[in-house]
Ligand binder design. Structure first.
Ligand SMILES: [Zn+2]
Length: 288
């Protein structure tokens, strides 16, 4: 594997730990060069062996660039060896090679798509022989394209929102409260939290507001028929207030519920009913 900015790595360990912040760029010591020079490949000889060497994955979903690069590299492989090449967006693990008896499995950053012939040959030498000079060529290329590799957009964190529960629709509640108490101006998303094992929890958070994503999460234990809508509304309302009133620093302590927050909370129409219901039911609700 070629790890960008990493130290020498075993070539057959997919999950090797690596500190991506290391800056050297070396490759595994071995007698690769001897192997490489003992088995010189003429381009024409190699090309002549193309048929039957490419192990094709089902073409579904594969890009033309990926198939082209796979075929280009396959042209330089020894007879009887297949190749599965996948273009990736992996910033840290730029080239990974797994050498299996019948085939090479190569995962390589998409910056190599459309690589010039010189680079393709180096890649093939690296794949087959773990050739050190080839490593140098690839390493230079990676360094020169560092800016492109680093710039590749990170996939945004997958956030699955699940606002519609079995008994309570949080989006519906949110929209209603937003109109009534915030003039419809509060920006946030809302979802039920994941179902969790109650017994293992030492404290229960009925709701939370993520400042970073502006997502309100409501504990899934509240999605039950016996939980009255006004109680769910109260929990949602509280979290919506967190979206309006920022956390304040008070010396080294953070104040999550400043006085104006608590005053606004009192404006909730069912405040008394909701807090009374909580006192009476919350233990039973969370199995305590
Ligand atoms: Zn709070």
């Amino acid at each position: 594997m070629l790890y960008r900015g990493a130290d020498a790595m075993p070539t057959d360990v997919e999950s090797a730990c690596v500190d991506p912040r290391q800056l050297s760029f070396r490759f595994a010591d071995s007698d690769d060069e001897a192997v490489a020079s003992a088995a010189p490949m003429s381009r024409r000889a190699a090309r002549a062996k193309i048929p039957g060497r490419v192990v094709r994955l089902p073409t579904g979903g594969r890009s033309l660039e990926e198939i082209r690069l796979e075929q280009a590299v396959a042209a330089y492989l020894p007879p009887g060896k297949g190749l599965r090449l996948t273009l990736t967006n992996n910033h840290y693990n730029i080239v990974a090679v797994r050498r299996e008896p019948a085939a090479y499995a190569v995962r390589i950053h998409q910056v190599f798509a459309g690589a010039e012939p010189r680079l393709v040959r180096a890649l093939a030498r690296y794949v087959v022989h773990n050739d050190r000079r080839a490593s140098g060529v690839l390493g230079d290329f990676i360094e020169r394209h560092e800016h492109i590799i680093s710039r590749a957009p990170r996939r945004p964190r997958q956030l699955k929102l699940r606002p519609v529960g079995r008994f309570h629709d949080l989006k519906d509640i949110f929209d209603r409260l937003n109109r009534r108490y915030f003039d419809g101006t509060l920006q946030a998303q809302i979802t039920w939290g994941p179902a969790v094992l109650r017994a293992q929890q030492r404290s229960i958070k009925m709701g939370s507001f993520s400042v970073e994503d502006r997502i309100i999460r409501v504990h899934s234990a509240l999605d039950r028929a016996e939980v009255p809508p006004f109680f769910v509304e109260w929990i949602v309302f509280h979290e919506m207030l967190h979206g309006r009133y920022e956390i304040r620093r008070n010396g080294s302590r953070r104040c999550f519920h400043p006085p104006e927050f608590l005053a606004r909370e009192r404006e909730f129409a069912d405040w008394e009913r909701a807090s009374a219901w909580e006192k009476e039911n919350v233990d039973r609700l969370f199995g305590r």
